[in-house]
Design a protein around this ligand. Sequence first.
Ligand code: ZN
Length: 243
Amino acid sequence: MSEPQISEQGALVLFSGGQDSTACLAWALERYARVETVGFDYGQRHAVELEARRAVRRRIAEAFPAWAARLGPDHELDLTAFGAIGETALTADRAIEVTERGLPSTFVPGRNLVFLTYAAALADRRGLKALVGGMCETDYSGYPDCRRDTLDAMQSALNLGMEQDFRIETPLMRLTKAQTWALAKALGGEALVAITVEDSHTCYLGDRTPHDWGKGCGACPACELRARGWAEWTAAGQAALAS
Ligand code: ZN
């Protein structure tokens, strides 16, 4: 992977502490002189996700001094009122299944739209121009607010409504989960892969049982996706799938 140009503009990474947003954070730290992170507490079932955010940030700063110099403050925003409306499998005690609309019950209606609105308001105040998110169309097509079309429309709405020139950047949009592992390796080598495995959190059930692909229950859709991506990547000899 060639050395990208460092932009003097700042970036705000939507950072949940999962595998995807950990890769996005490293991607932004490689490109922007100033990177801040934002996380949203919308009544997730498990505080473990918020703990993962802090651990990943801390370990990235320890392992990568050049990135540590660019890593600015973290912001945690309380969106529990929004979570109360969502009432899906992530925030309430509902089974993880496919609903009558053909959407996974883990889909929180409008979640990314709300997150991006809050992120843009924060980025405006902080003087940051890029909004970086781990939205992805490839492996998980069930989430309509992860589609690039949705995000293009959102970017237009935010820029019109806030008199801004934000860019919503989605480095994982076309990557498979195996390619996201390859991207982590390309950006931060074994150290970033180890941080992702040991400290990031993706499991819907908040389980922290260790596996070679990371910690989780091993059975929920998020764990299955993550484990399958890891298996595919390691079977390919951890080759650079992300071209
Ligand atoms: Zn799980």
